[in-house]
Design a binder for this molecule. Structure first.
Ligand code: X8Z
Ligand code: ZN
Length: 614
């Protein structure tokens, strides 16, 4: 199982939990039937887990092999292993029993209801009542992943030479090059991967929807949102609120960046949107490297790639987390594949909980730079979450985050902590210029990069809206690019450098669209959550300024986090958050964190037109 696991419908749980609470007041004689069904459910869950877990582990193992070494044989093995686990998870008798048990939810314990909801959502991903569709989906998923992971980028150089750059190399050019022609060549090369994935993503949309509708979900997007106990409309409304909260600051950042980049490339700033190839990320989801005097990569020059992951582990250990199990180091695939080996692997970082116990692994292509430093903390957050809830107190079916956004938010929180200047200085990872830079400049760099302000229009806007429309049937097959760029323009104020015909497929250049579908709001909600937890940690535990604090070595912070992580999915996420921070989900700490930037940017941007035409 990867960190994009399926969730449960909390709405149903809350309904049943409320009924269950009421039943406690009934006379004993009325409640006398409870133990019988509870015993029956326990027996069912025990039997289910005994059958499902070994097959789930085998399917994860096969998926791992397919993602770390793309080959026909690995695709075939992955399909066979997924089919085997689906036969158990989606068996018609499982669906029948779960439905019957959940109808009697009033007599069950909370933990039983939660596990049954997990079983139900797993069945909804592969209902045995639609065997042909489920089989076709498994095959199409595996083929799409292999086509993506095995893709070779090609750049034709001005001198006629041909380069096959890795994803890391493309990212480096977009980060460092001031030559707009070179930038355009690498940006366009990065989008070539979309075309061969176009037919596959259309086929997958239909198969994913057919599967989800089998158990009554309106479409595949609704099935994924069900993890939060929210409707699609509620999730979209939450994302819209996040977008509204950050929009004024985003517009100022957009204006500032447009002028800064025009100066850097020696050209006039465009009137409205920023050309996509100007930005230091293939999708414009993060804009690192723009702030003069803040070179976050310099301190990593001369360090080894191993240092990046080991330093991240040291940070967690300083908070009282254990050292990673030796198998993490032997089984993970942490560094770029040797090009000479011919091995192809997924280039996007992920964390894996293979046996839902101690077999934890990460797939990365770490290089010694600041982006991988941040990503390594993010991935270890998933890994430490897995380990924290792999205890006898947490049933295997509930070994997941409180919700998926918690899983994304935790490692990001530690990434945010490891990006604070007091810690970087102490670790020898802060350049003298970055140390001397005014606080507002450092804050500016933080708003632009990683998962912060610039990230949110992309995550809560473009990705969430595009995928929602895609699965709801609101995007015509011959308008994928048109619809994609309409969203990119609307939310990010970014324009394609040239026409993007429908033979290409720019949405499918983003790995999540292919292999982690309809879940990107996890990162938007996770970002809000990260700043909420950070604010609590800095103010209430460290008693330090959230913008200038140091978690390192503080075991109280570690204990605070472990108290959240060790619960897995045994509790309602709203309650977990409220108990941890005293508040429900709120973007207030996120907005407050960047508040000093607004006045500075307004002064910098004075006289420059802000925003872009709709
Ligand atoms: O995919 C990731 C992680 C793995 S869960 C590296 N992230 C998103 C992305 O890269 O698009 C982290 C930030 C957003
Ligand atoms: Zn993640």
């Amino acid at each position: 199982m990867r960190d994009d696991t399926q969730g449960m419908d909390r709405r149903d749980f809350l309904k049943t939990a409320a009924v269950a609470a009421g039943s406690a007041a009934l006379p004993r004689s009325v409640a006398a039937g409870e133990p019988a069904i509870r015993a029956e459910v326990d027996a069912f869950l025990k039997d289910y887990v005994a059958k499902w877990l070994p097959l789930e582990t085998a399917a994860s193992e096969a998926s791992w092999a397919a993602s770390t070494d793309v080959s026909e044989a690995h695709v075939a093995a992955q399909v066979a292993a997924s089919q085997a686990v689906n036969a158990v998870a989606g068996a018609p008798e499982v669906i029948e029993k779960v439905t019957r048990f959940l109808a009697a939810g009033a007599d069950l314990t909370d933990l039983q209801v939660r596990q049954l909801e997990k079983v139900r959502l797993r069945a909804a991903e592969a209902p045995g009542t639609l065997p042909d569709v489920v089989k076709a989906r498994v095959e199409a998923e595996a083929r799409q992943a292999a086509a993506q992971d095995g893709f070779v980028f090609t750049v034709k150089k001005p001198d006629g030479a041909v380069e096959h750059p890795s994803a890391n190399r493309i990212d480096q050019v977009l980060l460092n090059s001031n030559d707009l022609d070179e930038r355009l060549a690498y940006w366009k090369a990065s989008k070539e991967i979309g075309a061969p994935l176009r037919d596959g993503i259309l086929k997958l949309r239909d198969l994913r929807n057919q599967v989800a509708r089998g158990l009554g979900f309106s479409d595949f997007f609704a099935l994924q949102v069900a993890d939060y106990g929210m409707t699609v409309d509620e999730m979209l409304a939450l994302c819209d609120r996040i977008l509204a909260d950050v929009k004024p600051l985003y517009i100022q950042l957009h204006t500032w960046a447009k002028h800064r980049l025009a100066k850097r490339y020696g050209v006039d700033p465009p009137d409205g949107k920023i050309p996509a190839h100007w930005l230091s990320n293939r999708w414009g989801q993060s804009w690192p490297g723009f702030v003069e005097g803040i070179d976050m990569d310099a301190p990593f020059q001369g360090k080894s790639k191993e240092f990046i992951v080991e330093q991240a582990e040291r940070f967690y250990v300083s908070l009282g987390f254990p050292k990673l199990p030796p198998s993490f180091w032997t089984k993970s695939d942490l560094y770029p594949a040797d090009p000479a080996s011919g091995r192809k692997k997924n280039s996007h970082a992920s964390a894996w909980h293979v046996d839902l116990d101690q077999d934890v692994r990460s797939l990365m292509s770490v290089e010694p730079d600041n982006q991988w430093f941040d990503t390594a903390h993010h991935e270890l957050g998933h890994i430490y979450y897995y380990l924290a809830y792999s205890t006898p107190q947490v049933p295997h079916l509930l070994r997941e985050g409180a919700n998926r956004a918690f899983h994304e938010g935790v490692g990001d929180l530690i990434g945010l902590a490891a990006g604070q200047r007091p810690y970087l200085k102490q670790a020898g990872l802060l350049s003298p210029q970055a140390e001397a830079a005014p606080a507002v400049k450092f804050l500016l760099a933080s708003a632009l990069e990683g998962a912060a302000i610039v990230f949110l229009p992309w995550a809560a806007g473009v990705m969430t809206r595009f995928e929602r429309d895609f699965y709801a049937g609101d995007v015509a097959d011959d308008a994928l690019n048109a619809s994609w760029w309409a969203r990119v323009g609307e939310y990010q104020g970014i324009a394609p450098p040239e026409d993007r015909p429908e033979t290409l497929c720019d949405p499918a250049t983003k790995t999540h669209v292919n292999d982690d579908p309809a879940q990107y709001y996890d990162y938007a909600v996770g970002t809000v959550l990260k700043f909420q937890l950070h604010d609590h940690v800095a103010r209430e535990i460290l008693k330090q300024d959230p913008r200038d604090c140091n978690y390192h070595g503080n075991e109280k912070v570690g204990a605070f986090l472990r108290d959240i992580l060790k619960l897995g999915a045994t509790r309602d996420w709203n309650e977990v958050l409220r108990e941890a921070t005293g508040e429900g989900l709120t973007a207030r700490p996120l907005v407050a964190y960047f508040e000093p930037l607004m006045a500075w940017l307004e002064a910098e941007n004075q006289g420059k037109p802000a925003g872009w035409p709709e």
